[in-house]
Ligand binder design. Structure first.
Ligand code: BGC
Length: 524
């Protein structure tokens, strides 16, 4: 998943060239992100294609086709089965993450990526050839397993293969590729919707096979990471791979650090229990809260359901799909803005600015819908339709330079070594869980809350901005291994949780000479 790149060697810059294997890693980062983004973006468009609805969701189809059947415009697509088509992927992903965490540790990163590729190919075939709802949902579940395995193994693989100096860049590159995947999906839906004969949706779902094939091929071509080889006791092989990927024979310092890091990691017997210790509470709270908040901005209501939403507002199928292409493009461009500004303006600044922008956009959308869309009449008129699309873009752009990348980046850079990979698993699971919740609930919430759904999300945005203001410390330009001392140890609230490090200082990483970075004396 976007943001797992912090796991790997601790600090330090070793001799390293950009070798072919590193370039392949970047391509893998790209395909991993593209695949995830494609999954996110494809379902909404397909969900509002009449031939698809007619085949799998005839009840919804009748509602969308026959005015008389509509109880309220807001409820046109309110159907648990339809939402399950989107959400089942995330539920399966959540479950698979646990299995993936086991195979990644026990058998290595490469086999886990291969498993992901195989799940993806099965999922794509089941979806593109689907004859009934069961095949469709099974396909989505298989895709979800792929997401679970890929999101666990690809980021880990990248963080271990990439030289330190490009690791942070790869982090946001992954997010950028998610947004490009979403945009591709929007464009493809726009194209396949025009295919006569009613099989366009099959092409939409089937084209996901391209990045899946690339990932599988990539997993066959790459080497296992030296970290994983060392962790599993293959020391000599680990060193040989390190020489190959760094393009130099001078790898001894990095190799020794790898061996040491692996020894320390093995000493931490219960990484998850460790995560619950008082001194790790601040990072845990921040990582979990950031992921929940990221989903409660309401972004995936737009990413999953923009075509359905625009259609609900009275846009024709074509207009709904190209409006989604516009929001998809805004998402990509604004993510680039984040790459340039995150280390200059800082994380807090971006999150707070975006909070104001998202809040205002959502309130305007709610007002326009409240005035113009009635239960049996949804004639927005051209001017208001354009205003709604502009406000959705305003919202999406703010998300894309703040909560989108930072929801991943901040957790990945704040955990100390002793809890880093466990922390990353918790981050990924929280994300998938709340993505599932939004996917499963949004269309029903739209039906019940009507325009008020946007006020609901606006309320959350306000709440999370206040949280950022008081509880999120700035992490800009702070080396990862110094976070505990320079960030948590200085914060008005979180520093209290660091005290038990003092009492409990003989424990965990510190015992092994690996300070988690916090020295209580530094506060005196
Ligand atoms: C989120 C996804 C979302 C995407 C939109 C990611 O950071 O985790 O849920 O769909 O951004 O660009």
């Amino acid at each position: 998943m976007a943001g797992g790149f912090a796991v790997g060697t601790a600090g330090g810059e070793f001799e390293a060239k950009i070798t072919p294997i590193v370039i392949i890693s970047c391509i893998m980062a790209a395909t991993g992100g593209l695949m995830f983004g494609y999954d996110v973006g494809i379902s909404g468009g397909v969900t509002q294609m009449p031939p698809f609805l007619k085949k799998f969701f005839p009840v919804v189809y009748r509602k969308t086709e026959q005015e008389a059947e509509i109880t309220s415009y807001y409820c046109k697509y309110d159907n648990q089965g339809l939402q399950l088509f989107t959400s089942s992927l995330y539920l399966a992903g959540l479950t698979a993450t646990f299995a993936a965490s086991f195979t990644t540790r026990k058998y290595g990163r490469r086999p886990s990526m291969l498993i992901a590729g195989v799940f993806f190919i099965i999922g794509v075939i089941l979806n593109a050839a689907a004859q009934d709802l069961a095949m469709l949902i099974l396909g989505r579940i298989s895709l979800g397993c792929e997401v679970g395995f890929a999101n666990q193994a690809v980021p880990l693989f990248l963080s271990e293969i990439a030289p330190t100096r490009i690791r942070g860049g790869l982090n946001i590159l992954f997010q950028l590729n998610i947004t490009i995947g979403i945009l591709f999906a929007n464009l493809i839906n726009y194209g396949t919707n025009k295919i006569t004969g009613g099989w366009g949706w099959r092409l939409s779902l089937g084209l996901a096979g391209i990045p899946a094939g690339l990932l599988t091929l990539g997993a066959l071509l790459v080497v296992e990471t030296p970290n994983s080889l060392v962790e599993r006791g293959h020391l000599e092989e680990g060193k040989a791979v390190l020489r190959r990927i760094r393009g130099t024979d001078n790898v001894e310092p990095e190799f020794l650090e790898l061996v040491e890091a692996s020894r320390v990691a093995k000493e931490v017997k219960h990484p998850f229990r460790n995560l619950l210790k008082r001194r790790n509470r601040p990072q845990l709270v921040i990582a979990v809260a950031l992921q929940i908040f990221q989903q409660f901005t309401g972004i995936n209501a737009i990413m999953f359901y923009a075509p359905v939403l625009f259609n609900t507002l009275g846009f024709g199928s074509d207009a709904a799909l190209y409006s989604s292409v516009i929001t998809g493009a805004v998402n990509v461009v604004s993510t680039v803005v984040s790459i340039y500004s995150v280390d200059k303006l800082g994380r807090r600044m971006l999150l707070l600015e975006a909070g104001v922008q998202m809040f205002l956009a959502q309130v305007v959308i709610a007002i326009v819908l409240g005035i113009k869309v009635k239960d049996h009449n949804s004639d927005l008129g051209k001017g208001f339709a354009i205003l709604v699309v502009i406000m959705v873009c305003t919202f999406v752009s703010a998300f894309a330079w703040s909560w989108g990348p930072l929801g991943w980046l901040i957790p990945s850079e704040t955990f100390p070594l002793e809890t880093r990979s466990a922390g990353q698993s918790v981050t990924v699971c929280t994300n998938l869980l709340f993505t599932f919740v939004i996917a499963q609930a949004f269309l029903s919430m739209l039906c019940h809350f009507k325009f008020g759904i946007f006020l609901f999300f606006a309320g959350w945005v306000l709440f999370m901005s206040i949280f950022v203001l008081f509880l999120l410390p700035e992490t800009k330009n702070i080396p990862i291994e110094e976070m505990t001392e320079r960030v948590w140890g200085q914060h008005w609230l979180w520093k209290r949780y660091m005290d038990d490090y003092h009492i409990d200082g003989t424990d965990g990483a510190k015992k092994n000479g690996h300070s988690n970075g916090y020295d209580p004396a530094s506060r005196l």
